[in-house]
Write a protein that binds this ligand. Structure first.
Ligand code: GLN
Length: 490
């Protein structure tokens, strides 16, 4: 069963060849075996999952119609609200928070008959690139347990890579789906801003956050996107289908891509490690052999993406995180002397170091006298970056670049040097600033046998084409079939 994709498992469950109950039992056997090493989950729901699986099995034996994820064990990042279990954001401040409603994506997974088996670890409030900022536990990379899984959706990507779920949902504010996907050798898709509802996603940077799938294959990413995409009246930033219609991404996947034109940005890519660049160049050769035309372009403002992002994201975060005040939600300090202490001590005790750093940075950038110099300027740079993409897409169908400058780094290597950590987002952040979709797919290994990812970026609301372009590569290579030996794949 461990060699099945989500799509294949779903088809076999729907046709009665495999019982969902067996799939869920099997997944929990694997979780019991590998989770003590990997540490991907903050919570799991074994009994609830088994019960749900048998309900799906009953539907199938009764000949009732079932959803697109019928009986498939999936996981969600712990910043998406669920009425079952806690929703912690890997923060001590929300450690015992039980959401009164399900996020829209969770409702959609349930409506598609998926079996949600657990909630995955992450950097606290999704702030980080290695999952080391989790306030609750450490997740390691299944390919090399001395290394980070990437972040902030590191629990989700490690879980898919180690076969401890068939697919997962992550969130991506500046790369948090794509970068850990590349570090763990799985597929990660960040949809266009507004394609997937953020209702029930705990906000980090509201103008940047987007939920997306983490999967073994491009086909599975299309399947998951089918389930979660679409307008939601509870999220005013989710885009109306009259403006940007949702399609059947799975059916579209088999349509050929004619006259594919790919752009690369040689100057920008030169900043990546040589082995990452080599893998990228090899991947582009594959496309060339398949008939694609490759052009070289300049995107002059990409160098400023990190600086702009860390002003905008921290500004938004400082405002979004004001709600954790010891009164409304979560942790409250014991025996405060006055109401000021309720706020200050509750926050001081339960937020981690990185979260505090960002609240201070963001508050500073928004304060009067500095607003124009930092926040407003960053917004202007954001516009220029958007313009770089608009210009690029007039000449090509997609832009290809590395996902991250390196492969997975060692645990502890960057955690005490926040600027170094921020630099690992150099290739992913621009897509969030521009609001466009991006995907990371496995495209090889470095000398340490660590996976390398290929990033493909396309115009807003062209996920169907983006998936087809990614699928083309996957069909002609077999990187996605390679699995980490630790998880019993050898
Ligand atoms: N690493 C980036 C940050 O720390 C992106 C995180 C994310 O996408 N959630 O903000």
């Amino acid at each position: 069963m461990k060699n099945l994709t989500a799509k294949k498992l779903r088809d076999q469950i729907a046709s009665g060849q495999i019982k969902s109950l067996d799939a869920v039992r099997n997944i929990f056997e694997r979780i019991e075996k590998y989770e003590p090493v990997i540490g991907a989950y903050i919570s799991t729901f074994k009994e609830k999952a088994l019960e749900r699986a048998s309900q799906v099995d009953k539907k199938i034996s009764a000949g009732e119609p079932v959803g697109q994820l019928a009986g498939v064990p999936v996981a969600v990042k712990d910043n998406m609200c669920t009425t079952f279990g806690a929703t912690t954001c890997a923060s001590k401040i929300l450690q015992n928070f039980h959401a009164p409603y399900n996020a829209t994506v969770v409702e959609k997974l349930l409506a598609a008959d998926a079996v949600i088996i657990g909630k995955t670890n992450m950097d606290e409030f999704a702030m980080g690139s290695s999952t080391e900022n989790s306030g609750l536990k450490q997740t390691v990379n299944p390919w090399d347990t001395s290394r980070v899984p990437g972040g902030s959706s590191g629990g989700a990507t490690a879980s898919v890579a180690a076969g401890m779920c068939f697919a997962a949902l992550g969130s991506d504010t500046g790369g948090s789906i794509r970068q850990p996907a590349s570090f763990c050798g799985v597929v990660g898709l960040k949809p266009t801003y507004g394609r997937v509802s953020r209702y029930g996603l705990v906000a980090y940077g509201s103008s940047l956050d987007q939920i997306g799938p983490v999967t073994q294959t491009v086909e599975d990413a299309a399947l998951m996107l089918n389930v979660i995409a679409g307008h939601d009246s509870s999220d005013s930033t989710s885009v109306s289908e009259a403006i940007a219609p949702v399609c059947d991404y799975l059916t579209k996947l088999n349509e050929p891509v004619d006259k594919l034109k790919i752009a690369v940005v040689p100057q920008f890519n030169a900043g990546a490690d040589q082995q990452v660049q080599n893998a990228l160049n090899e991947a582009i050769k594959v496309y060339k052999n398949l008939g694609a035309e490759i052009i070289e372009i300049e995107m002059p403002h990409l160098d400023y993406a990190i600086a702009a992002y860390y002003v905008i994201a921290t500004a938004e975060a400082s405002s979004n995180l004001a709600r954790y005040d010891g009164v409304h939600y979560g942790h409250r300090t014991k025996d405060p002397q006055n109401y000021i202490e309720v706020y200050t001590k509750s926050r001081a005790e339960a937020f981690g170091q990185e979260v505090k750093r960002r609240i201070m940075l963001g508050t500073y950038a928004l304060s009067s006298g500095y607003y124009d110099a930092y926040y407003l300027k960053a917004l202007k740079v954001r516009n220029l970056i958007r313009g770089d993409f608009t210009n690029a897409f007039e000449k090509c169908d997609c832009v290809m670049m590395p996902v991250a400058p390196t492969t997975a780094f060692k645990i502890g290597e960057k955690v005490n040097d926040p600027l170094q950590m921020y630099l690992s987002d150099i290739y992913t952040i621009a897509a969030n600033l521009a609001g466009i979709p991006g995907i990371s797919i496995p495209c090889g290994f470095d000398d340490n046998e660590l996976p390398v990812g290929l990033q493909i970026l396309s115009p807003a609301f062209t996920e169907d084409k983006l998936l087809r372009i990614a699928g083309m590569y996957e069909k002609h290579t077999n990187w996605y079939e390679k699995k980490p030996p630790i998880a019993g794949y050898k």
